[in-house]
Each structure stands twice: as structure tokens, then as C-alpha cells.
Design a protein. Structure first.
Length: 215
């Protein structure tokens, strides 16, 4: 699945010293949708979290790099990421992040495409030539337009044992752009994050006595 109209192919990069297009400050999430067996997040516009200065990007797999950011509570949120870069020009055409970033510790996929990408029809994901799965773009901000999905264990296993995830989106002129994401090394990269965090306990309701009527 290639785009013949593109003058040069996109190549994968671990990012090196590049600043991520989107820091995972998108942890305030509202609602869940189910599409094609993947749980999709609807994002609330959240304030972006600053990357941990002391936590430089570390090699975590052949095509993946580990990175960390601070959440709203000051805790570390770590994930692995991969950039796709189009040559010539070194333009970033895709940024993929996977990590245990949800409140319940489940793995989350975050895909960022260039700002200016039409929100409709969103993204189309094809894993090793299987049936394409639609994934809507839910938020656009300075760093790009974002789609995200909460991956269940079956889907995560398909990712870690797969070879190529093809991501299609529309360019500003509405022509399709196909970008391959190399899945080799994803399993050990995710292992470098350590065990998934335990789900955060739900807030307990406080038993407040009812106000007594004034006599």
C-alpha cells in the first residue's frame, strides 16, 4: 500500500534528540467509543505536560525509543515512540506513541499526523494487510492532529507480533498518504517500560451528614 504521488518514501526513526510532536499531556480523557474491536478515546483539551529533563530518550528497540513526560500530578508517564520522516526535507509525517498511559494502566496508542490534515475521514490502520480499521482524529493543536486508542490485550499482542502497521490519512489536498510503522522490537521496547501501573483507586464518596433545619 504505497502512495505513488509522493516524491519520497517515509522512513522510520527513533527520534534521537528530536522534541516529540505531542507530549502526553492528553491524560484527561472523556468518553469511550468502540470501533473495530479497539476502544477509542475522545480527548478533552488538556494542558500539555513538560518532558522530564533528566529522562533523555533511550534506545528501547530497533525502531523504538523510550521517552517520559510529567503528568498533571508530577508523576512520570513513560512510553515508546517512533517517528516517520519523509526525505528530502526531513519532514515528520507521523509520530506514534505506545505506553501504559490510561488511568487504569492499559496500553494506549497515540498517533499524531501533521497539522492541516483533514479531520475527515480520519486515519485508517492496516496491520500486516488485514482488514483496515478506522480511527478518528479527535484533537488538533500546535504539534499536530491526534488520534488515540486504548488497546486490549488481543490487539496489543497483534501489534507486538506483527511486522508493519500501515497508517493512511488524507493530505491537505485530500490525496491519501500511506506511512508504514515498523513493529519490529515493539515487544522488548514495551518491556523496557516495566510492569503496567496498578489502576488508580476510585475516589470514595464522603458521608456528609445532612444539614439540620434551623429552628
Amino acid at each position: 500500500m504505497t502512495n505513488k504521488e509522493d516524491p519520497a518514501p517515509a522512513t522510520a526513526s527513533t527520534g534521537g534528540s528530536r522534541t516529540p510532536l505531542i507530549v502526553i499531556g492528553l491524560l484527561l480523557l472523556l468518553g469511550l467509543l468502540t470501533v473495530g474491536g479497539i476502544m477509542l478515546y475522545q480527548h478533552h483539551k488538556a494542558s500539555s505536560a513538560k518532558s522530564t529533563a533528566a529522562e533523555a530518550q533511550k534506545p528501547a528497540g530497533p525502531a523504538w525509543a523510550k521517552n517520559c513526560a510529567k503528568d498533571a500530578n508530577g508523576g512520570d508517564v513513560c512510553y515508546v515512540e517512533q517517528f516517520a520522516i519523509a526525505n528530502p526535507g526531513n519532514a515528520i509525517v507521523l509520530h506514534v506513541q505506545i505506553g501504559y498511559m490510561s488511568a487504569d494502566g492499559k496500553p494506549v496508542l497515540v498517533i499524531t499526523v501533521p497539522l492541516g490534515t483533514p479531520v475527515q475521514p480520519g486515519l485508517q490502520l492496516t496491520l500486516d494487510g488485514a482488514k483496515p480499521i478506522p480511527l478518528p482524529l479527535t484533537l488538533c493543536q500546535q504539534g499536530g492532529c491526534i488520534a488515540s486508542a486504548n488497546l486490549d490485550q488481543d490487539v496489543l499482542k497483534q501489534f507486538t507480533t506483527g511486522k508493519v502497521l500501515m497508517v493512511r490519512y488524507a493530505k491537505p489536498d485530500k490525496t491519501p498518504m500511506d506511512v508504514p510503522v515498523q513493529l519490529g522490537g515493539l515487544a522488548p521496547a514495551l518491556q523496557s517500560l516495566g510492569p503496567p501501573p496498578a489502576p488508580k483507586p476510585a475516589d470514595k464518596p464522603t458521608d456528609k451528614p445532612a444539614d439540620q433545619p434551623k429552628k
